[in-house]
Design a protein around this ligand. Structure first.
Ligand code: URA
Length: 433
């Protein structure tokens, strides 16, 4: 078999066989296929797509390029959640311990900030001492003792994705439904889970801005999951405004703790409850989504979710009490973006809010950039709220005045003040199963 023939086939819109896809994934992972051929292959897939069967085969080969965990010795159902990424999306933080508080095992392998979107690992690393890099054995022990661990992808988990993702990032081939689906599903299925809830974001702050693209992505991932015999639900949810009020890292951890303590913003709390309900349904803890919702709400009210969060943070080396202290989020400067007139806040471009947070230092422009965990934004008003001239819309928390100025310039294009109340964004659009 030759890589050039496989590239040609996909270039000419033909279907690839199991052997051809396997040859490509193996060859690129072990270095026998060079970057330039892999780049051409990825662009051919980007332009001409793959059907669900090809995407399933790609996922399978990628997943088996490294360690696939087997936690079958743990007598509990293993369920995870994955979000396609957004701004202010900290849902994994309260969700994982809430679900684990019911005895469900949550083996969560998460990612870092990507483009304008935040990453769960970067958020967790705001907690001094919290180890996102656990060895496979430590990961197993954490699941056996605590029932939940949130860690990062190591060298041996889906190495094919690590290489392909880095190449896609620099060859304009990220936004491809089969490539995104295989990338996400291979990593999630390598966790040894029985079921998965996908939070597929759509709107101005999502990778899939258009609803139809988000829906196709959701359907493709659900279909791949089913082909692996897993229980999968995908919720298509809104990313036309940030989730919650905090955008950054440490401030998002603090807001997540607020959710667990029952005093979090209503949108994140509602989405956490909804995603948790589907996870409990998969885990057979709840017999219906309604029952699942009630159970998650109860675990917030009785503090069981927070208790599990503290256990998880301590088990991974962090101090949960440190999160509650003022200096956990304290920055050198706080600047304000205020309304220039009376009206209603209309968020028109959440992508820009994500970029502004990243410019402050909450994300990376280059791979080697170091994150400033304490910087970020705080939305004093949410979409549709009434504002008066001079009201604060965003608080900008930073440690570098130039970066704050850059962030404020970008933020200016993210909202308008409308004379009439803009239409509300729905939080959850559709469930695909
Ligand atoms: N997240 C992933 O893990 N992979 C993608 O391709 C896109 C988002």
């Amino acid at each position: 078999m030759r890589a050039v023939d496989i590239i040609r086939k996909k270039r000419d819109k033909e279907r690839l066989s199991k052997e051809e896809i396997g040859f490509f994934v193996k060859g690129y992972t072990n270095g026998t296929i060079p970057d330039y051929q892999a780049a051409a292959f990825l662009m051919a897939v980007y332009l001409n797509g793959m059907d669900n069967e090809e995407a399933f085969i790609l996922t399978e080969h990628m997943m088996h390029s490294g360690t696939v965990f087997d936690f079958s010795h743990i007598d509990a159902i293993k369920v995870d959640k994955h979000s396609t990424g957004g701004v202010g999306d900290k849902i994994s933080l309260p969700l994982a311990p809430l679900v684990a508080s019911f005895g469900v095992v949550v083996p969560m392998i998460s990612g870092r900030a990507l483009g304008h979107t935040g990453g769960t690992l970067d958020k967790l690393e705001s907690i001094k001492g919290y180890r996102t890099r656990l060895s496979p054995d430590e990961f197993k022990k954490a699941l056996e003792s605590v029932g939940v661990a949130i860690i990062g992808q190591t060298e041996d988990i889906v190495p094919a994705d690590r290489k392909m993702y880095a190449l896609r990032d620099v060859t304009a081939t990220v936004e491809s439904i089969p490539l995104i689906s295989a990338s996400i599903m291979s990593k999630k299925l390598a966790e040894g889970i029985d079921g998965l809830v996908l939070d597929v974001k759509t709107g101005t702050g999502a990778f899939m801005r258009r609803y139809d693209d988000a829906k196709l992505l959701a359907k493709t991932m659900v279909s791949i999951g089913k082909m692996f015999g897993k229980k999968v639900y995908a919720l298509i949810t809104d990313m036309n405004q940030p989730l919650g009020r905090a955008i950054g890292n440490a401030n998002e951890v603090r807001e997540s703790v607020d959710v667990l303590l029952g005093k979090g913003p209503s949108d994140i709390t509602a989405l956490t409850v909804e995603l948790g309900a589907y996870m409990l349904l998969i885990a057979e803890v709840a017999q219906s989504v309604e029952e699942g919702r009630e159970l998650i709400k109860k675990a917030i009210e009785n503090g069981k979710g927070y208790e599990k969060w503290c256990q998880m943070v301590e088990n991974q080396g962090g101090d949960p009490d440190a999160i509650l202290k003022d200096d956990f989020t304290r920055t050198r400067y706080i600047k304000e973006v205020v309304s220039s007139k009376d009206g209603y806040l209309n968020i028109v471009d959440t992508y820009k809010i994500g970029v502004a947070s990243s410019l402050l230092g909450a994300g990376r422009a280059k791979k080697e950039d170091v994150i400033d965990h304490k910087v970020g934004l705080y939305m004093k008003k949410k979409h549709g709220e009434k504002v008066e001239k001079g009201d604060v819309i965003f608080e900008v928390h930073g440690n570098d005045e130039n970066k704050i100025e850059d962030a404020i310039r970008v933020l200016d294009g993210s909202f308008e003040i409308s004379p009439t109340k803009p239409e509300d964004f729905k939080l959850i659009y559709e469930v695909i199963d």
